[in-house]
Design a protein around this ligand. Structure first.
Ligand code: NAP
Length: 242
């Protein structure tokens, strides 16, 4: 494992993905994605000479294809892929609009398929690869108002276990990370009452940091985790123990 290995991190412009991309530059050349040119430029700037930024919308097949062609031409295909990009569109199911359901499932779950399939071919050829899929604590706990998001994240965990079995013979590991309540834009919209209510349920009595999630991802893609596949690693301060 060295800087010649390319790591792709989706959703690297903000929050958890940004921390993962920065952390992985300690081991790899990192390509971080954003949905806009300005975001991709900012990713490139933050990764300096150890990485690059690229526009890629995981809910758009053409955008994914174009980005992969650019990556393959310029750097070679990634052997480490962290599927981090994800969205929420919260609503109680009785009020949920078709667009809210479809956007979340298409981005979080279909997006995973769009990203993983092309990368897998290169990993199988190299007989080495690391995939980490970012799930959420709510995949196991459930959460009212998030049936779309929870369904997508539970799907990601099932996908992880199935694919891990398909590709283990090629020395490719496939794992998931399930963060709890992490300080990012995604949680910034919660009001004080919601935050206090959540904190009261967390044994470690605080939100997690993006770096704490990034360290766990860095472990799963390292050679130290070479005998770990098909697991979902919780990074949730004890909010849910399974
Ligand atoms: N924060 C938490 O407490 C928490 C807890 C559990 C799980 N998670 C999961 O962790 C991951 C990152 O969450 P976060 O809190 O860091 O999110 P965030 O701050 O909202 O950032 C989301 C990232 O995803 C990108 N993105 C959004 N839609 C996209 C699309 N259609 N195609 C490609 N990229 C897209 C965004 O790019 P732009 O900047 O270009 O919009 C951004 O980089 C998500 O999968 C989330 O479900 C978060």
């Amino acid at each position: 494992m060295n800087e010649k290995v390319i790591a792709l991190v989706t959703g690297a412009s903000r929050g958890i993905g940004s921390a993962i991309a920065r952390r992985l530059t300690e081991e790899f050349f990192v390509i971080g994605t954003a949905t806009t040119e300005a975001g991709a430029d900012a990713v490139a700037e933050s990764l300096r000479e150890k990485g690059s930024g690229i526009v890629m919308r995981i809910d758009d097949e053409v955008s994914v294809k174009t980005a992969y062609e650019l990556i393959a031409d310029k750097h070679g295909m990634p052997l480490v892929v962290v599927n981090n990009a994800g969205i929420t569109r919260d609503n109680l199911l009785v009020r949920m609009k078709d667009e809210e359901w479809l956007a979340v499932v298409d981005t979080n779950l279909n997006g995973l398929f769009r990203i993983v399939k092309p990368a897998l071919r290169a990993m199988m050829k190299a007989r080495w690869g690391r995939l980490v899929n970012v799930s959420s604590v709510v995949a196991q706990m459930g959460n009212p108002g998030q049936s779309n998001y929870v369904a997508s994240k539970a799907g990601i965990e099932g996908f992880t276990r199935a694919l891990a079995q398909e590709v283990a013979s090629r020395n490719i590991t496939v794992n998931a990370i399930a963060p709890g309540f992490i300080e990012t834009d995604m949680t910034a919209g919660l009001n004080d009452d919601q935050v206090q209510q959540m904190l009261s349920r967390i044994p470690l009595k605080r939100m997690g940091t993006t770096d704490e999630v990034a360290h766990a991802v860095a472990f799963l893609v390292s050679n130290r985790a070479s005998y770990i596949t098909g697991v979902t690693l919780s990074v949730n301060g004890g909010l849910h123990m399974s």
